[in-house]
Design a protein around this ligand. Sequence first.
Ligand code: G4P
Length: 531
Amino acid sequence: MTETPDSTFRQELNRRRTFAIISHPDAGKTTITEKLLLFGGAISMAGAVRARRGKSAASDFIAIEKQRGISVSTSVMSFEYGDYAVNLLDTPGHEDFSEDTYRVLTAVDSALMVIDSAKGVEARTLKLMEVCRLRDTPVMSFCNKFDRESLDPFELMDHIEKHLRMTCVPMTWPIGMGREFQGVYDLASREVIFYQPADKGRKNATIALSPDDPALDDEVGAKAADKLREDLALIEGAAAPFDRKAFLAGRQTPVFFGSAINNFGVQELLDCFVKHAPGPQPRETTTRVVEPEETPFTGFVFKIQANLDPSHRDRMAFVRITSGEYKRGMKLRHVRTGRDVGVNNATTFLARDRTITEQAFPGDIIGLHNHGSIRIGDAFTEGEALKFTGIPSFAPEIFRRARLMDPMKSKSLLKGLEQLAEEGAAQLFRPLFGQDYLLGALGLLQFDVIQSRLENEYNVRALFEQVPYQAARWVKSDDEAALDRFVEQNRDRMYRDLSDTLTFVANTEWAINYAADQNPKLRFLKTMEIA
Ligand code: G4P
């Protein structure tokens, strides 16, 4: 049968897998990313991703990243694995992170959760999972570092179930741990895969053996063999079987055990992932649901990265394609401004380098160059006036007041802050009464980024002063009188954000909760759709 353009489109659509890795810092995200890229043939040498932690790396775009040897902004890595085209959206894994980290999760169809098996589910993972919950994103789990002393695997699964309200389905099961880690049992193929500590990045040799085989005792020792048989009996009796529907609905998470640094257990994970993780999913808009199979191109911006070339104020808008096919040179409508633009130089993100895109499909991410005209949440279509929903803004947790070093430059400061806030670098709040603008962020590093960008791009030197605030909520109500009363009572705590939404800041979370208790007619919002 000859292939029609339509069947090519469908094939391309169906083989897309777009996901992100969520984890607490140090759980092993960088290590796993590197192994995934190795399997995908996207890098040929272990250490290429880790090099990012050194002083320079391909995906470090902006000066501050290089300075600190970390990747501040989320980037995209695309690679082929078997028949699949995989897009891995990276989330910053260090202590400081920003709304980008959260928003990237709105652009994926599934997520991979990496857990340090000695620690279980940690704080950052919990927070990121909250965002996955908003859209019931399917999640696969990898319990890493089994070559070290770990929590008991049953305990680990309990921990995940309790904290993340998902049923765990073991896909592999560890034999021993730490020095006595011997391998995993693959519950699907009913084989034992032996662990052989490998040089970083080298693929492990594996031997298959059924657990019923008496030879298992010889291979792993009678004690470990008996323990495995016992564990398996327990699992067969108690654990739910894998149910793809439940996984796709975000109710079940398949769990793998291994050691990323030794490249053990990662390939089983990747194989299961490409097979079962969902392809491009529909996306909601204010008017209708956009299905990925629709022919007209649609997409939304989930991230802006600036300063690719500081002298040009060059910015890259990351667009997640939600339907249709992108072809180089096509005209796209920038819905918010109503302008039609010819797109000749969209970028894709092959893990090796960035290239100009000829073609891209739903699930892919393309980068559009611009000079500040594109904002987070913007839609691109072939004419339809769509507005995508579900791209959240999060109430900041750290606040600073910007103080100008050179009083002649207050206009430039405000312009710089406004533009950087529009890009999503931090949030800007204008006081209802008074002069001092407030900046809010989720990670401390965001202030450093803003400070250095103000200097480099806007030629403004500013200092960021500590303020006593630690919490904020957007405040809404249908009862205007109640809202006015609240504003009057809290004059020095009331601000408006860039979208003009009323915002209340407080010294503690407790004060916010108290205000909410005292003002039942008001809604205090911690997350809000980008307007
Ligand atoms: P992150 O991106 O989630 O922050 O974690 P990353 O991969 O950087 O891993 C954090 C540390 O844990 C690294 O050690 C890494 O080598 C180690 N690690 C990752 N996977 C495993 C594993 O399966 N077993 C063991 N034992 N360790 C693992 P580091 O000392 O911080 O860095 P490095 O000296 O290895 O570069």
